[in-house]
Design a protein around this ligand. Structure first.
Ligand code: ARG
Length: 465
């Protein structure tokens, strides 16, 4: 076989036999990493310009390479590019096509570069884009929640602990709890981005590059604020993948909790929300059914995102330095997670926006279950009784009300005074549900004033970061 023959692998020089087709099929990743083509081309263009600047390519050669790569980008976009599995991965497929197009100049592109630093670069470029997109979509969901909170500032509902009715809260306060979680997720992604934003190219296969290259030039061209500091680390580290994936995992945890509540609230047992027809599905057998499948799938997709993170950590855990082919397995879980999370964020934002809240059901649920018992105890505390004692007194009153099947506010002043002489007739206003809510004005509380402040702060954050 002659040097440069198209039937040969780029590494063909030291090989005498052709690759077994089963090996070719097993080792190929092009069906997955073709997703990186745009980033691979961007990286190669920056690399080619740098090679020319350093005198490793002529200006004309670099121009040919760049023009060829841009054409290939067009071919891929138009669906004309042939992703040949015998070329193993997207890096080799693009390089082979480039050589086909521009000949010898193309064969010089891989000067001072390995697929090991190349794939690390592509992944970092990919993550940079996707983190931006994820943050944008999280903000969209936050806005949908904030809009519902603002539109329903007057709705009250039971707040729960242990899934038992606990104290009255504003629906808006409940919705804003998710906004806080999501905002931390958005922030975590931004923090992870700082460590994604490091240029690995120029690390070569593992030991660095012996030719006179200029890493700073490439970093500037691709907008990386930093260069990787150790070539072995740069080609084998994947914590920059794990971190965003973890952020996605926690984000999905939050989305799954929200989905779970949507499922519960849409049930006849709760009846807190009505799903719009456009965001519900029916049953093929039971004509009466209206199912919250979107929320269920959001909850369900959380499983694959968790799985992806465990997969990635497991792939990395036993790897000696530096690059090992195991790392090729990082892409599928990553891409699948990012796509699942993006799709979930998008649909959840619309789902949240489409919800109708059933004010009556929520208020009625708040009225039953002694949700103002804590406030009744607080009333006594304000009159000087130690809280432990007040808790005991109110406990006895709850027991009495349970026996009589009435609410605390339905007990007479006389009955209350038998339990404690500190009760006066202002107690009834004090334990009215709205009063219980509006008293909780301290930062983070459910009073309308506090919730309005939280909404305002959340909006400011969304504008500023
Ligand atoms: N497809 C490989 C990956 O995704 C690219 C790097 C391969 N390097 C190698 N020396 N075989 O990790």
């Amino acid at each position: 076989m002659k040097v440069g023959s198209r039937t040969r692998k780029p590494w063909g020089g030291r090989f005498q036999q052709a690759t077994d087709p089963r090996v070719e099929a097993y080792t190929a990743s092009i069906h997955v990493d073709r997703r990186l083509s745009k980033h691979d081309i961007a990286g190669s263009i920056a690399h080619a310009r740098m090679l020319a600047k350093c005198g490793l390519l002529t200006r004309a050669e670099a121009d040919k390479i760049v023009a060829g790569l841009e054409e290939i980008g067009g071919e891929i976009e138009r669906g004309e590019f042939r992703f040949d599995p015998s070329l193993e991965d997207i890096h080799m497929a693009i390089e082979a096509r480039l050589i086909e197009k521009v000949g010898d100049a193309g064969a010089k592109l891989h000067t001072g570069r390995s697929r090991n630093d190349q794939v690390a670069l592509d992944l970092r470029l990919y993550l940079r884009d996707e983190i931006g997109e994820l943050r944008h979509l999280i903000a969209g969901l936050e806005r949908a929640l904030i809009a519902q909170a603002e539109a329903h500032l007057d709705l009250i509902m039971p707040g729960y602990t242990h899934m038992q009715r606990a104290q009255p809260i504003l629906l808006a306060h409940h919705l804003m709890a998710y906004v806080e979680m999501l905002e931390r997720d958005r922030e975590r992604l931004l923090d992870a981005l700082r460590r994604v934003d490091v240029l690995p190219l120029g690390s070569g296969a593992l030991a660095g590059v012996g030719l006179p290259i200029d890493r700073r030039f490439v970093a500037r061209a691709l907008g990386f604020p930093e260069l990787s500091a150790n070539s072995l680390d740069a080609v084998s580290d994947r914590d920059f993948v794990v971190e965003p994936l973890f952020a996605c995992t926690l984000l999905m945890t939050h989305l799954s909790r929200m989905a779970e509540e949507i499922v519960l609230w849409a049930s006849a047992e709760f009846g807190f929300i009505e799903l719009s027809d456009a965001f519900a599905t029916g049953s093929s057998m039971m004509p009466q059914k209206k199912n919250p499948d979107v929320a269920e799938l959001a909850r369900g997709k959380t499983g694959r995102v968790f799985g992806a993170m465990v997969a990635l950590l497991t792939i990395i855990k036993g790897l000696p330095l530096s690059y090992n082919r195991d790392l090729q397995e990082d892409k599928e879980p990553l891409f699948d997670s990012v796509e699942s999370v993006k799709a979930t964020l998008l649909v959840m934002a619309s789902l949240v926006g489409s919800l109708t809240f059933c004010a009556d059901r929520m208020r009625r649920a708040t009225e039953d279950g002694f949700l103002n018992a804590t406030d009744l105890a607080d009333y006594l505390v304000c009159k000087g009784m130690p809280f432990r004692q007040a808790h005991e007194v109110v406990g006895l009153l709850v027991r009495g009300a349970l026996a009589r099947r009435c609410r605390l506010e339905e007990l007479s002043l006389k009955e209350l005074q038998t339990a404690s002489p500190l009760f006066e007739k202002d107690v009834f206003d004090y334990i009215a549900l709205d009063a219980c809510i509006e008293r909780r004005t301290a930062t983070g509380g459910t009073a309308t004033s506090a919730v309005k402040k939280a909404i305002k702060a959340a909006k400011t954050r969304l504008r500023s970061r």
